[in-house]
Design a protein around this ligand. Structure first.
Ligand code: MLT
Length: 305
């Protein structure tokens, strides 16, 4: 019987797929497989019994990939399983950044006891007005599972979309959408975009890529959206760009003290993949990967070997 340990809450819909060769264990000490979402495994002592790790999600920066590879332990992720959830939050973020919906809702709440709130609201509303996203240009950095859904959804809402992905040739990029404009480099995407959203993993080559130079090459008043990882953005450079008005709004799914101190940052508590559907999809894919590997040695979506 294989023992599976969950380091985070993993959807019961996925766990229910474990067949009679598998059982859940409450301790990591005798685990054959680990299912993980956001727990940081870098400093964890991992048992000799461990044979594989599956992350219910796309990013794997919380897992010691190389150390596990050296021990012959594959790590799997679940690319695409939560892509729709992230796409929907990116759309919401663009709308929240375009009109002061957050401020308007807070205003209503703070005037809840006013019997004449309807009349007062009509007077107050001009301070929360904004613009529309239709006709604006969205730059999408990274055209993987999430980026390509964002391209299609944004175009359906009437936006012009420019995409950039060094791993994709122009023909493959065009297969996402025939109207997608494919940028030859990031500079071209920065120069063209009113909104920019980034969908790349946190790697040595991408960490800090949104730095002062990148921000300086963007349009004045750009809205920058980060639903990938906080480390992609140089927080000090972003704070300055917001203070200078270079960036009109920074929407980030990653709370940290630096972003909480930024004016014009909309900070969301890592909700991109937090939908029932995405959690079920990720858990199902992760459990299937673990079962396949332990039963047959098949490695699906292995990220470290
Ligand atoms: C991901 O990497 O896909 C997300 O961060 C998943 C999550 O929110 O757990």
């Amino acid at each position: 019987m294989y023992k599976v340990h969950c380091l985070n809450n993993i959807s019961p819909v996925g766990l229910a797929l474990l067949d009679d060769e598998f059982e859940l264990t409450g301790t990591i000490d005798d685990a054959d497989a680990i299912l993980v979402r956001s727990a940081n495994m870098h400093e964890m002592e991992l048992p000799d019994t461990l044979k594989c790790v599956a992350r219910a999600g796309a990013g794997v920066n919380n897992i010691p990939l190389e150390a596990l590879a050296e021990r012959g332990i594959p790590v799997f992720n679940t690319p695409g399983a939560n892509a729709n959830a992230v796409k929907e939050l990116v759309l919401a973020a663009m709308l929240l950044a375009s009109r002061d919906i957050v401020g308007g809702v807070a205003w209503c709440r703070s005037n809840a006891d006013d019997e004449n709130i309807g009349k007062a609201a009509e007077k107050a509303k001009k301070q929360f007005a904004g613009g529309e996203i239709m006709g604006k240009t969205l730059g999408v950095i990274g055209l993987g599972a999430i980026g390509r859904l964002v391209v299609q959804a944004a175009e359906a809402l009437g936006m012009d979309v420019v995409g950039y992905d060094p791993g994709l040739d122009a023909a493959s990029a065009k297969s996402i959408s025939s109207t997608l404009q494919v940028a030859g480099d990031l500079a071209a995407l920065y120069a063209a975009s009113d909104f920019i959203t980034i969908h790349v993993p946190a790697l040595p080559s991408t960490i800090g890529m949104i730095d002062a130079a990148a921000l300086a090459s963007m349009k004045d008043g750009v809205v920058f959206l980060n639903f990938s990882r906080d480390t992609l953005v140089d927080d000090a450079a972003m704070a300055k760009a917001l203070a200078d008005g270079k960036v009109a709004c920074y929407v980030t799914d990653f709370a940290n003290p630096a972003v909480m101190a930024m004016g014009n940052a909309l900070v969301i508590p890592h909700l991109g993949a937090s939908t029932a559907e995405a959690e079920d999809n990720c858990a199902k894919m992760a459990v299937e990967e673990v079962m396949d590997y332990l039963k047959t040695g098949t490695k699906t979506h292995c990220v470290n070997m």
